[in-house]
Design a protein around this ligand. Structure first.
Ligand SMILES: NC(=O)c1ccc[n+]([C@@H]2O[C@H](COP(=O)([O-])OP(=O)(O)OC[C@H]3O[C@@H](n4cnc5c(N)ncnc54)[C@H](OP(=O)(O)O)[C@@H]3O)[C@@H](O)[C@H]2O)c1
Length: 304
């Protein structure tokens, strides 16, 4: 299946895969800095040239850990494009003014967070800076003012949003003269909302490549307790002989990459071997009826 969003005419060309850093410090024994640096090298070796992070990841500690690797290694610093996000505050020692989780997409907050990200990441400019979630209390003109300032000051090369509805995207995009570069949204066989709520159609219309977070539904695809996940996994296993016994996660990524909006897959694994096996999804061309067989397994019924 092809006829995807053609990369040449996109507002911003993001690669097929990005490496997501949300969970990198979550393991019982978090990785030593050297281990993280090695992992990032393996990403680059595998052709993954984008790191996805955010101010709040790891209770505000992940950007610093990513930055420690980038600062210490020229190949990583020059090889990666960095996507980061701001606009969510959670309680932590870092933000002791936050009594409860809340959103803040004011221009002032976005600029302040971006400046902190630049410092922690050790880069001259953020390649792609995203508003993490829509903030219902901030007028979009105010958000646009902050994003424009970041672009004009060269602190962000591109700006975009995450988890925006199509109307929120349209409003902010107009205020920014069509400069939003992506909408990062949840998408997997277990979360197909962007196919139905217009998100992907809007991305195609605006020549914007969406980014898909939690492509394996946060691991639910591998948990037997998740009935839909188990059905999807069983269906993929049934299909594997036809696809040279490809890894299951690679088949899921191929399913994501096959939709016409051609979302960038944000990998969330902490396992080197899963990074390397997953990117095989890039070269799997799912047959149309197999894509629909996975859709059917996820939904539990056939197409209407
Ligand atoms: N914009 C947003 O609001 C937003 C929200 C959430 C996430 N994100 C971004 O999206 C990235 C990816 O999200 P995600 O971490 O939820 O991705 P995901 O790939 O859906 O889930 C990753 C989880 O699945 C597990 N997993 C992967 N392969 C597995 C396998 N073969 N068997 C069993 N478990 C497996 C991983 O464990 P192992 O580490 O053991 O492999 C990890 O715990 C994040 O890092 C972040 O950058 C953005």
């Amino acid at each position: 299946m092809s006829a995807n969003n053609s990369n040449s005419s996109l507002r911003y060309d993001i690669s097929d895969f990005a490496y997501g850093t949300w969970r990198i410090l979550d393991e019982e024994t978090p990785p030593a800095q050297d281990e993280l640096t090695q992992r990032f090298h393996r990403c680059l070796d595998s052709g993954i040239d984008t790191i996805d992070t955010a101010e709040i990841y790891g209770s505000y500690r992940v950007e610093e850990a990513v930055g420690a690797s980038l600062k210490s290694d020229d190949r990583l610093r020059s090889g990666f494009k960095v996507v980061t996000k701001a606009g969510i505050d959670v309680t932590s020692d870092e933000k002791n003014h936050a009594r409860l989780p809340h959103y803040n997409a004011t221009g002032e907050n976005l600029v302040r967070c971006a400046e902190k990200s630049l410092r922690l990441l050790g880069v001259d400019a953020i390649d792609l800076f995203l508003v993490h979630r829509p903030d219902w209390l901030t007028h979009p003109e105010e958000t646009a003012r902050g994003l424009s300032q970041l672009l004009e000051d060269g602190k962000a090369k591109q700006v975009g949003v995450s988890n925006y509805t199509i109307h929120q995207f349209e409003t902010l995009d107009q205020l920014l003269d069509g400069r939003l570069a992506t909408n990062q949204v949840e998408f997997s066989p277990l979360c197909m909302d962007p196919l139905y709520d217009g998100t992907f159609d809007q991305c195609i219309q605006k020549r914007v490549r969406p980014m898909a977070w939690s492509p394996l539904a946060g691991g639910s695809l591998f948990r037997d307790q998740d009935e839909a996940g188990k059905r999807v996994r069983d269906k993929i296993i049934e299909l594997l002989p036809k696809y040279d016994d490809a890894p299951i996660d690679a088949m899921v990524y191929a399913w994501i990459l096959a939709v016409p909006a051609n979302p960038t897959v944000i990998l969330g694994t902490n396992k080197l071997e899963r990074i390397e096996s997953g990117i095989k999804g890039r070269s799997i061309a799912l047959e149309r009826q197999d894509w629909y067989a996975i859709w059917e397994a996820a939904k539990g019924y056939s197409v209407p």
